[in-house]
Design a protein. Structure first.
Length: 436
């Protein structure tokens, strides 16, 4: 298998680097943690190595050291497409190199051969009431496949540790192949009377996902290729990615790990934000019965802030610039849907909001993040159900989860077990230190 061979060729190199760091510099102090950081969610405290992706404050997300713009320009694509194949991004995350078109197509072929979803998975989804959250259905469907995990079955037989990552990779390819079909099934069951659309085996993964969601417009296939690329990973310390890694560190299989990660993604302070951003934009648009003027936006935003609420889609924990993922989607919209009124609203908001947030003096990053525009593009192509957007997000992010978990097993990373302190411990430590 192409990914297995590529990872195999790199594992020893990375193991040697890590072992050398531990042996020669194991006592080097990375960070002094303050009481404020401990009490505020260990924000900004280094806790993890994340070579697969990393967020630079001034340049944004990087995949294996490549910026979003570099990835968009360098990765291979099929003829006539502006956007890379999803298989090429997955190869980059797993294999740590820019693939050829042939290698990217091998990943796409691998997914086609593994994409059949067991009937019991659909039965699990069908057991939910129609009112259930689509993310609950998605997480449960992923979780249900744990019983047939290849890793679990081989672990029970006593496989050696150096086999762990090989079998975890097998499960990862199965899961990433099936996830779009599971997501599309949930979409059609919940919103379209269970009128399921069969897969088209001639299409690449992203285009096939678009097709199963009911839209065969080539532009929507392009959007989904871009969407999958932009949402695939975002460092290994955010809630969802770190949860998947943490659960995987206990040698839980990939289905258990990714289901856990999805549960974190479902929270309104994390992945659900894309839904809230779009709902806020729609409310703004309907408030003024069309594209609001910049003065109207200014009044609306200032009122929102005075009420103690935030502007969804603006700000970021790490970034200190406009999110390149926002800019990539903005470029898509300018090419494909410039007259869309919700997109025009997005652009007017973009011109107004950063200045207002800057003026408050309270916001370290007043610029839009990826969520500020994602839902607008989906709305244009008919996916108007905002509570489904986090499932779309999760379908892509599962690929990042699996890359981190496979590499953690390949490098023999241990189970995570940080230390917790009581409030009394902190008070005693401060008192004994003489700190004032």
């Amino acid at each position: 298998m192409i990914l297995e061979d590529r990872i195999e060729a790199n594992v020893m190199i990375w193991q040697e680097r890590i072992n050398r760091l531990i042996k020669e510099h194991g006592s080097y102090v990375i960070s002094d943690v303050t009481v404020a950081q401990i009490c505020s969610g260990i924000r900004g405290v280094p806790i993890q190595i994340s070579d697969i992706s990393y967020v630079e404050p001034e340049s944004g997300l990087r995949y294996r050291t490549y910026t979003i713009n570099e990835v968009l320009n360098l990765l291979p694509r099929i003829e006539g497409s502006r956007y890379p194949l999803t298989g090429s991004i997955y190869y980059l995350l797993m294999g740590n190199e820019i693939p050829t078109l042939s290698k990217a197509m091998q990943i796409e072929d691998e997914w086609r051969s593994r994409a059949k979803v067991p009937q019991y998975v659909y039965d699990v989804i069908d057991a939910f009431p129609e009112t259930a959250s689509p993310m609950s259905m998605f997480s449960a469907a992923i979780l249900s496949m744990s019983g047939q995990s290849k890793f679990y079955l081989e672990y029970e037989k006593g496989m050696p540790k150096d086999r762990y990552w090989h079998v975890m990779l097998e499960d990862s390819l199965d899961l990433t192949a099936r996830a779009p079909r599971i997501a599309a099934y949930i979409y059609n069951r919940k919103y379209h009377g269970n009128q399921q659309i069969p897969a088209d085996e001639n299409l690449d993964l992203a285009a096939n996902f678009a097709h199963m969601l009911g839209n065969d417009d080539p532009a929507y296939a392009e959007l989904m290729r871009l969407f999958m690329l932009l949402h695939m990973d975002h460092e290994n310390a955010n809630v969802s990615a770190h949860t998947a890694h943490l659960v995987g560190s206990a040698l839980s299989d990939i289905y258990l790990s990714c289901s856990a990660g999805l549960n974190g993604l479902a929270g309104p302070l994390h992945g659900l934000a894309n839904q809230e951003c779009c709902n806020w934009l729609l409310k703004l648009y309907h408030e003024f019965q069309g594209v609001p003027s910049k003065d109207q936006i200014r009044q609306y935003v200032e009122k929102t802030l005075q009420e103690g609420r935030v502007i969804p889609g603006y700000g970021h924990a790490v970034l200190r610039c406009t999110d390149p993922r926002f800019l990539a989607q903005m470029d898509f919209a300018k090419r494909n849907m410039p007259d869309d009124e919700l997109f025009q609203t997005v652009m007017n908001v973009y011109e107004v909001v950063p200045g207002i947030l800057k003026a408050t003096g309270k916001v370290s990053n007043p610029w839009p993040n990826v969520d500020a525009i994602t839902g607008t593009l989906q709305q244009h192509y008919g996916v108007k159900e905002t509570d489904f957007y986090t499932v779309l997000f999760g379908t892509s992010r599962i690929m990042g989860f699996t890359a981190h978990v496979v590499w953690a097993r390949a490098l023999g990373k241990p189970i995570e077990r940080p230390k917790a302190l009581t409030t009394r411990h902190l008070e005693s430590m401060i008192s004994n230190s003489g700190y004032r």
